[in-house]
Design a protein around this ligand. Structure first.
Ligand SMILES: [Zn+2]
Length: 185
């Protein structure tokens, strides 16, 4: 896996895409990029989460047997979210595998369709970052929930355990419990 400086990475991600040229060169590269550099993903992060965590990007451009550009990507990242079952904070682990064919959607052959490729028509000036960000946003669950139901409500349970003691005072403030939970995560 090649490592790139942030300047080179930005050149790959932020210049307008030329799929034909990239595919003709059988271009492939991989890099970890800071989540904070992906504006629409960073905007989804709940306040206080670390924007320095990586978005792992791996892309491979190639031509199909008719010389049409194909892009196969692998994206891995973690995003903060709110569980829609218990309404507590959770972390989404996302793995997105875009497979795109650039060109006329009507010409997508059965073989490519079977291999899971989707036609993609680029607006002029679109960057790879915008394209990949679209793919990640499309892959986000509409109703994120904790993977295991028993993980739901951990915070509420912790707070409920704060029974007042015999003097009628609470043993620990809810804020102390929250701080404790944050420290463990
Ligand atoms: Zn939950």
């Amino acid at each position: 896996m090649a490592r790139y400086s942030s300047r080179l990475m930005s050149a790959e991600l932020d210049r307008s895409l030329e799929p034909a040229a990239l595919a003709a060169r059988d271009r492939r590269w991989s890099a970890d990029t800071p989540l904070g550099d992906w504006p629409r993903l960073a905007a989804l992060e709940p306040a206080g989460r670390d924007a320095g965590q990586p978005v792992r990007v791996s892309v491979h451009w190639r031509e199909d047997e008719h010389g049409r550009p194909l892009l196969e990507g692998a994206l891995e990242l973690r995003l903060g979210a709110t569980c829609q079952r218990c309404l507590e904070p959770m972390e989404l682990e996302l793995q997105v595998r875009p497979k795109l064919l650039f060109g006329d959607p009507a010409q997508l052959g059965a073989a490519l369709e079977e291999a899971g490729f989707e036609p993609c028509e680029l607006e002029p000036g679109t960057t790879l970052r915008q394209l990949l960000e679209d793919e990640i946003l499309l892959a986000l669950p509409v109703f994120p929930v904790h993977q295991r139901e028993e993980d739901c409500g951990a915070l509420a349970e912790k707070l409920a355990q704060l029974e007042p003691d015999q003097d009628g005072r609470s043993g620990a403030s809810p804020f102390a419990v929250l701080a404790e939970l944050k420290r463990k995560n």
